[in-house]
Design a protein around this ligand. Sequence first.
Ligand SMILES: *Cc1c(COP(=O)(O)O)cnc(C)c1O
Length: 362
Amino acid sequence: MNIPFLDLSKLDQKLKEKLKLRFAALLEEGVFSGGKEVQLLEGTFKSTLNSQFAIACANGTDALELAFRALGIGPGDEVIVPALTWVSTAEAVVMVGAKPVFWDTDEEGLLRSDWVQAVNATTKAVVPVHLYGQMADMKTLGEKARELGIFVIEDAAQAFGAKQNGKPAGTFSEVGCLSFYPTKNLGALGEAGMCLSQNKEIAEKIRLLGNHGQPIRDEHVLIGRNSRIDTVQAAFLNVMLEDFQVHQGKRKKLAQIYLEGLAEISELKLPEKILSDNHNAHLFVIQTQFRDSLKEFLASEGIGTAIHYPQILPDMDVFFQNGDFGTSRKITREALSLPLNPWLSEEDVWFIVNRIRAFFRP
Ligand SMILES: *Cc1c(COP(=O)(O)O)cnc(C)c1O
């Protein structure tokens, strides 16, 4: 058996053909930046997510950085960030000159609800990360932030497609940031990202910042940068979006097999809420104190797994910070991501389930 954690060369043949055709059309058209594919992509996001504004950009990290800059966050400001997340969340804070203040997560890897204790006079924003595709409780978090007078920027890079009470991830806050890195649920064939906003002024500022401060060509009203999306990536995403719901259905079906197949193993903590709308089944993360030996065992059986993430940010030299990060740190020791993507078969997942059972009940 050989089941890699994720193998993007396995995109189904029909999808590959559609992508080739779309690329061939662009090649004939000769438009490689901006153009109607980008407009189409942004339009689709606005309508399907019911978002007032959608600004495509170069990647998810840029989306976060553009959001912070558009909100005027910079030197002297603090931003609250979960201790356990992909590095971009804190990196973008530092890139605008502000200081990330790390806070522990709960057992599911979401910002712990007592984060308000980290707020002081210099705190400008809090960044909930919808880790693994599961949304943070946005109602409570939003209410607290409003009371405190600080911004919320959602890092929804892993959560496209998740919804809380019918409202899509990324639309609960001043700015919601999405990533279309190839391994995400909606992945480009390269780098791409997006900012969502429900505020016209903020949205306009983000668009200006990501395009050299130009409202129209050769007029520069502020100092920005280039974080435009490639036309080809927008086009690929438009194609990928056609299959998105089908792929999500596949992910949920496979996640259900894992949940059923692994339910009896008391040594495992399973992502119990992965089938709810609140979760987009981006990653299937189990937790066990036997993580390292299980990972090794599965590798010897030809099954690839991943660790999201092996280290919390405040334990890294570059972000070093003291604090109470016990729960996040426990996740770095115990979490294991099992293969979950639309190109796996149900048989693949049953095979994985049976090998995990064999590990715990030899
Ligand atoms: C992927 C990811 C990002 C960054 O996205 P890129 O497109 O790779 O720059 C940011 N935050 C989280 C939580 C992510 O998983």
